[in-house]
Design a protein around this ligand. Sequence first.
Ligand code: PPS
Length: 374
Amino acid sequence: MGCSKWRAVFNFGHLKAQSKLSVFLTMIIIFTYLFYCLSGYRESLPRPVYDQQTTFINKILGLNDELKQQKLDPHKNSSPGSVVRELPGFDSVDSLMQGNDNELRPDNNISIANNYGSKTFPQAIIIGVKKGGTRALLEFLRIHPDVRAVGAEPHFFDRFYDNGLEWYRNLMPRTLESQITMEKTPSYFVTKEAPRRLFALSRHTKLIVVVRDPVTRAVSDYTQTLSKQPGLPSFQSLTFRNSTTGLIDTSWSAVRIGIYAKHLENWLRYFPLSKFLFVSGERLVTDPAGEMGRVQDFLGLKRLVTDKHFYFNQTKGFPCLKKPEGSSRPRCLGKSKGRPHPQISPEVLLRLREFYRPFNMKFYQMTGHDFGWD
Ligand SMILES: Nc1ncnc2c1ncn2[C@@H]1O[C@H](COP(=O)(O)OS(=O)(=O)O)[C@@H](OP(=O)(O)O)[C@H]1O
């Protein structure tokens, strides 16, 4: 079409003011439409590196998925968002006492996360036990190149089951064919519905339970609650239902969680013993490389995490990683891991030890493993 023809088309001089207005409005609509089309096109163009990095970091943190989730259901404030805020990870050696496990911060351990691969349900889950050393185990595993894990505790099979399987799968990091997806939520071990729910998803999932002397575990659990509620009654008063008879209060979760045989019974209704690996929380501290060897064998992984990855940090009093994934600096777990425990009267501890003994024996028998707590 020549210029004169265009001029004729756009020559509105003979139109009345009202018609001019409607043509004008139509033009605005057309231009707005064209603008949106063009900006959509821009989105599909290669973006500057910094822009891609933001998306990349958000992806790593699951923020995009989280945002999408919130758009779908803005009321889901208790969605992984709140869980993700429990992002743990490591504190650097020089900030051992300053870390906060509950802050949302980029997970130090994710560096070479990528956009390749796909999100799959976990092939292995650390299902327990609370205060057993589950964080240490997960972080040690994450240095293995064939393991990718969610940093936060998803709590799918206990708290967020109603959010649905897609919600759960979306929390997972992308993995390649050769890699395994993992998560850890220690409360699964003591959740009645968890084994049935997991079994309904997959009967092939490998289950790892980090167990620790139930007496020290109870004290560790109490210490954690005390740090959040300074006015908490004493350990002793919570332990006993009746202090004169020495009757233990098994309804107190710090005590109940340690009855491992009872919880395991519930899981064995769905999963055979061969699906479980019991990791000693004590050995994870005294011989992390040895315990990691067993874990890698169980997961069918090459033994790549070895003693050369660990060193004992005197200040922390625990083994730390020489080079966690994505960092060239040595790192220890955060300050909420390896906290000093309050002094508990030896009589109370002894009574608790007596209480647990038969359950421990049963547990050793069930697992075929003597953990040496008695
Ligand atoms: N390497 C290393 N560094 C620090 N802490 C270690 C380590 N290995 C095991 N532990 C023990 O882990 C205990 C916390 O257990 P969890 O991570 O399972 O706790 S939680 O259930 O996730 O809150 C924690 O319990 P407390 O000592 O009572 O704080 C530690 O004893």
